[in-house]
Design a protein around this ligand. Structure first.
Ligand SMILES: [Zn+2]
Ligand SMILES: [Zn+2]
Length: 93
């Protein structure tokens, strides 16, 4: 039995995105959140004014507040791939 297996096997936590090693998990978390902010893949769109939000709940709250549509009248919230928004942004010259 090797008692110091844990020490021998110790590897620095590594960033899954750019393979950079950090000295601790905490530092890696900071690195990832600063360098590679995880982006949601979808956004949810208000059917009335095309404003988009990261969560259905935000759309529902927005619809209730801005359009006076209560939650049970809102129906399905449209889910759109985030690329469609970034494409729109890059389209303008
Ligand atoms: Zn990284
Ligand atoms: Zn709206």
């Amino acid at each position: 039995m090797r008692n110091c297996l844990a020490d021998d096997d110790f590897v620095f936590p590594q960033c899954p995105v750019c393979q950079k090693m950090e000295k601790s998990k905490k530092r890696l978390q900071i690195h990832v959140s600063k360098r590679h902010r995880p982006r949601p893949t979808y956004r949810y769109m208000c059917p009335m004014c095309s404003k988009n939000y990261q969560q259905t709940d935000h759309v529902r709250r927005h619809m209730a507040r801005c359009h006076g549509v209560s939650r049970d009248q809102q129906g399905q919230i449209q889910k759109l791939p985030i690329e469609s928004f970034s494409n729109l942004a890059t389209l303008k010259h």
